[in-house]
Design a protein around this ligand. Structure first.
Ligand code: MG
Length: 339
């Protein structure tokens, strides 16, 4: 079978720039991919590598797409090298429309809780009451942005502002060294912290051994995020017997079916997470979350509304999502919005 392949590159400003340990991020760039067959079947996918996650770049991805040509066969589509995981993932996503694969994807639950994303620094305190009012009970706070002592002092206020029974995730985006990580994990032991995400950068010396040590030495679970760029990383950490949480961004995994199968067989604790992609990629990513057969954890997708042009946003932010609502996201509308 031959497909017709079209692509549209986008450059979408965020409603407000994101402050992370990687710096300021104000414009999301990516590529939407459309595959069509002669019988009119159409599938969409999204390429949206994340700056600071691995080495994949959008320009290199675009070059890869050009190599596929305008009328690729299934064999040509399958030939994208593993280094271009986002390209492979976008193609796999678009092809699901042809195999009827999404309809056969077994949705295991209709309803999943969503994590509310809290801003870094003192802004966190102003953001909490509104989210609590909306009904959120799972929160994620970006740390590792300001002075660690100030942030640790704020932690008490943050926890005091949350309703009882709420869970808090901390995300350091790899900003700490070993000593700082130990101090934070010491502190967290007394609190209802669901997990501490990526305390150490995957680029730091001996990162794997340090992370294994931290995960073994403290009661608060440690989660891997930036350490999991693709399938190879997931295999590496499963091989090491990682005892903590895996934060999985389906959008950067290549075809997620393989990695998620391995994680499920290993009974791994998995949190599904946004790549700050548009609704096209978010719909694919969430379909994996809703069909995950393992233990359900709050979705790391509390990012909406995200773009200045709200047509590109994913599902309307709510403390819980139903698959029946998420599945209404229409990729064709987003594609047309880029014309
Ligand atoms: Mg993270």
């Amino acid at each position: 079978m031959t497909y017709s392949l079209d692509t549209r590159r986008y450059s979408l400003p965020f409603r407000s720039p994101l402050r992370t340990a990687h710096g300021r991020w104000s414009v999301r760039q990516g590529i939407l991919v459309r595959l069509r067959s002669s019988d009119g079947t159409t599938g969409y996918g999204e390429i949206a590598p994340i700056p600071g996650f691995g080495r994949e770049s959008l320009d290199a991805d675009e070059e890869q797409l050009k190599l596929l040509g305008a009328m690729p066969t299934a064999e040509v589509l399958a030939s994208v090298p593993a280094d271009y995981a986002c390209v492979r993932g976008a193609i796999a996503g678009a092809l699901r429309a042809f195999a009827g694969a999404e309809s056969s994807l077994k949705v295991t639950r209709d309803l999943l809780p969503v994590t509310a994303l809290l801003p870094a620094g003192r802004d966190v305190l102003g953001a909490i009451p509104g989210k609590v009012e909306l009904g959120f009970r799972n929160f994620k706070w970006k740390v590792g942005v300001g002075d660690p002592a100030d942030e640790q002092a704020l932690l008490d206020d943050v926890l005091a502002a949350l309703p009882s029974g709420a869970k808090l995730r901390l995300d350091a985006n790899g900003a700490w060294d070993r000593r700082q990580s130990e101090r934070w994990l010491d502190r967290c032991a007394d609190y209802p912290i669901e997990h501490v995400e990526q305390p150490i950068s995957p680029e730091s010396r001996g990162a794997i051994d340090i992370l294994m040590g931290l995960a073994g030495d403290y009661p608060t679970p440690v989660a891997l995020d930036e350490s999991l760029v693709g399938q190879v990383d997931i295999e590496t950490w499963l091989g090491r017997g990682w005892p903590g949480v895996y934060v999985v961004k389906p959008g950067i995994l290549g075809d997620p079916a393989h990695s998620l199968g391995l994680l499920h067989r290993a009974k791994a604790r998995v949190v599904f997470s946004s790549s700050l992609e548009t609704g096209v990629g978010a719909r694919h990513a969430l379909s994996w979350a809703f069909s995950w057969p393992g233990e359900a954890r709050a979705l790391g997708f509390g990012v909406w509304p995200l773009f200045q042009d709200e047509r590109f946003d994913g599902p309307f932010l709510a403390p819980f999502w139903r698959w029946s609502e998420v599945s209404l996201l229409n990729p064709e509308l987003l594609w047309n919005a880029l014309s």
